[in-house]
Design a binder for this molecule. Structure first.
Ligand code: 3H9
Length: 702
């Protein structure tokens, strides 16, 4: 009946169906809103249509406004003439029929319909805050009118996806269909049932009030997470307007607040993070027809902290997983650690006791290699030494069936060398998990030269199947994440030689947005771990920049939290880092021994010293073809190192400073501090041509 390419009007007897077809997720891209309005007008003018259904083709209802259009001076319909207004004003009832996702503008359109029904697997939410904006299609005004101010605040400031059954309990949905019911048919039947109802139920006609103190309490509760951000506070202000102003005035207030956010730095950074996370999944140099292998029988070798965490990650995502260690005692200890980690989550309330039992039951400790002979993917997570890993790879190669994949959880070892001990190097790759492996989202997939495209796709997909964000890294010392981070780690200690204190550096980085300062993180991880790596690197490279202050601390047995002393001191049983005059004295004495002149630092200088060092190394990684794109490095920093998401990632942030400024500063430090600050070739080229880091063309992946 209507031939807009993205929205069509069909008829099923006396019911009109407005069908959105804008793949892949029915975002409100160009023409979709206009198409909905046009169909509504046509249907309202057609006397043979008694009621309407708004429904999506493909895998979703509507996933929200088209995020690519934000901040681009996009055209938008004026207030009073938007789809939400047209749906409100429809003289015939409209039923939103929801499957897949109804998010952001998608849910807002549904809320402007007169009725909402959904299949049980549908998810509804207003996730705008996660991209630095607020629901600007009336969501902040309509949702509280249905669920009350508190629940609306919770949903809007968290952006969480609410499953359909819960949405029905909250009153957002009028009906959840039985499992397996046909959505289109059910929606038509529902529409027939309510055709002719008067007056039409309109959410805008409801009122909402709030308990005193709700908004202040919410501002306090988001304060930690929302540090340096505006959007969460604007979300709260908009819901407050829903409670204090008539509907149309509330909508105007929502629009004003939205306009302040759309082009904000945080919104730009968060949009970048959103798209970077999708881009990172793409492996552009692999043949297009390669598909990941569907694995069903994973096994983990090594029940230490990493192996246990990896097994938990499988169990958390519904996989039965076998776990093996060298001795029954080590296996028992590992299982005990897993149990205790789950028990902590139960105690904290983030996991139900039943669910803990279900997950534990999926982890199967086994006694020997023959027990895992039928596994189709094995992740080795034993001690990080080539001479320990090699015999295990040989054994696995012998015992596993042809076609089984062999992955190593390594953070540093040469994957080509490890693959070479097997007769199936094409089935071998690195899978570098971050600690704790069941919590941290990053999975760095390391690509040895002989790995087949299917192996790489499988390793990437495996990560996604267990809730990770997989990112491909070349087989280079430290791979991509840790290699790009290493200069930051050195620079933060070198700063101490020049007169900084750990607490000053940590404060700067926490102010910047990290959840913890890097020295406090070091104490948590254990300072002895880094010392081993430094020793190895110093032996291999006579020009290696030693870190005598860090070495001194380890020499004195200050290993961090586990010894109640590291960069900070800790009271027994208390993890609060306390500045320690003893550390200040150690720093002063090493600096005096080295004869380094002492001076003071601005916060900006500290921040730039740490991050520019890493930007320079990231450029080297790109120029060597060890990563596909600069934005992959951003994803690694966001999910591997807690880089503040609202700053987009290392390279996005550096583009904010400007490539020429970054280069000029690095060149100046090169003059002052010597070779470790030599600008990379790529950095020089980008600076000369004024090309942003994110537009850098890396060398072909090797
Ligand atoms: C909003 O609604 C503002 C309103 O208040 C109105 C203001 C006036 N736009 O994630 P996937 C693309 S703000 C453009 O891999 P999944 C995505 O980039 C919006 N593109 O699939 C990818 O493209 P490609 C509020 C979008 O099944 C492809 O679709 N809504 C959008 O794992 C597949 O995506 C949101 O914030 C979009 N809105 O997850 C929801 N959504 O193939 C954002 C997706 O080229 N979206 N794409 O890489 C999501 O959370 C997930 O994509 C979703 C599907 C859960 C829907």
């Amino acid at each position: 009946m209507s031939d807009s390419p993205v929205v069509r009007l069909e008829k099923d007897g006396d019911i009109g169906l407005i069908i959105i077809n804008y793949p892949p997720v029915n975002a409100l891209g160009p023409g979709v809103s206009e198409g909905i309005i046009e169909s509504l007008n046509t249907a309202n003018a057609d006397p043979s249509i008694k009621a309407l259904v708004l429904i999506g083709d493909g895998r979703s209802f509507i996933a929200g406004a088209d995020i690519r259009g934000f901040g681009t001076g996009r055209k938008h319909l004026p207030l009073g003439q938007r789809t939400y207004d047209a749906l409100d004003a429809s003289s015939k009832p409209v039923v939103a029929a929801i499957h897949g996702f109804a998010l952001g503008g998608g849910l807002e359109n549904a809320l402007a319909c007169h009725y909402r029904i959904a299949v049980p697997s549908a998810k509804l939410g207003l996730p705008e805050v996660l991209i630095g904006i607020l629901p600007g299609g009336g969501g902040t005004q309509r949702l509280p009118r249905i669920v009350g101010a508190q629940t609306a605040l919770d949903m809007i400031t968290s952006g969480r996806h609410v499953p359909a059954p819960e949405a029905a309990l909250l009153g957002i949905l009028d009906e959840v269909l039985p499992e397996g019911a046909d959505l289109r048919q059910s929606a038509v039947a529902f529409a027939r049932k309510i055709a002719g109802v008067t007056p039409l139920p309109r959410v805008r006609d409801k009122t909402v009030t709030a308990e005193p103190g709700v908004f202040e309490a919410m501002r306090k509760s988001v304060a930690r997470k929302a540090r340096n951000q505006k959007a969460p506070y604007h979300c709260i202000a908009a819901v407050e307007a829903a409670c204090n102003l008539p509907f149309d005035e509330g909508i105007r207030r929502e629009a004003e607040l939205f306009a302040e956010l759309e082009s904000s730095d945080e919104a730009k950074a968060l949009r970048h993070a959103f798209f970077a996370e999708r881009e990172v999944a793409k492996l552009p140099d692999l043949p297009r027809n390669v598909v990941a292998h569907e694995f069903t029988a994973p096994a983990v070798i090594g029940a230490g902290t990493m192996g246990g965490g990896i097994a938990m990650a499988f169990a958390d995502f519904g996989f039965d997983v076998k776990i093996l260690d060298a001795t029954p005692e080590a296996l028992d200890r590992g299982m005990e650690r897993i149990r205790s980690n789950y028990a902590t989550s139960v105690k904290r309330g983030s996991l139900g006791a039943d669910e803990m039992q279900r997950r534990l039951a999926r982890i199967h400790p086994v006694g020997g290699y023959t027990d895992i002979a039928d596994s189709d993917v094995v992740i080795e997570a034993v001690f990080e030494r080539m001479d320990v890993k090699k015999p295990i790879f040989e054994k696995l190669d012998d015992i596993l069936k042809p076609g089984a994949f062999l992955f190593s959880n390594t953070s540093a070892l040469d994957m080509d060398e490890l693959a070479s001990v097997t007769k199936r190097p094409e089935y071998v790759a690195g899978t570098h998990f971050f600690s704790p492996a069941n919590v941290m989202k990053l999975l760095e997939v390391v690509r040895p030269s002989k790995a087949s495209p299917e192996t790489l796709m499988t390793a990437m997909a495996l990560g996604r199947r267990i809730g990770k964000i997989s990112a491909m890294a070349g087989n280079t010392d430290g791979f991509v994440a840790n290699r790009s981070r290493a200069p930051f780690n050195s620079e933060m200690v070198i700063l101490l030689e020049e007169g900084c204190l750990p607490e000053q550096v940590d404060r700067v980085m926490v102010d910047f947005g990290y959840p913890m300062g890097p020295f406090a993180v070091g104490d948590l991880a254990g300072l002895d771990i880094g010392a081993e790596g430094r020793r190895r690197r110093a032996l291999a490279n006579p020009n290696y920049r030693k870190l005598p202050i860090a070495d001194k601390l380890v020499e004195l047995g200050r290993y961090g939290q586990k010894t109640n002393a590291g960069w900070y001191r800790y009271d027994k049983g208390d993890r609060t880092p306390r500045p320690d005059p003893e550390v200040a004295a150690i720093i002063a004495s090493v600096a005096a021994e080295l004869g380094v002149p002492q001076r003071s630092f601005t916060d900006t200088e500290i921040l730039h010293r740490l991050l520019f060092a890493s930007v320079n190394e990231a450029c080297r990684i790109l120029e060597e073809g060890k990563a596909y794109r600069a934005s992959d490095i951003d994803v690694m920093w966001l999910h591997g190192f807690g880089f503040p998401r609202y700053r987009g990632g290392l390279m996005f942030w550096a583009d904010g400073i400007g490539v020429k400024n970054v280069h000029a500063q690095i060149a100046a430090w090169h003059q002052r501090y010597g070779e470790r600050w030599a600008p990379s070739l790529l950095l020089r080229t980008l600076s000369e041509t004024g090309t942003p880091f994110l537009e850098a063309k890396p060398a072909p992946f090797v």
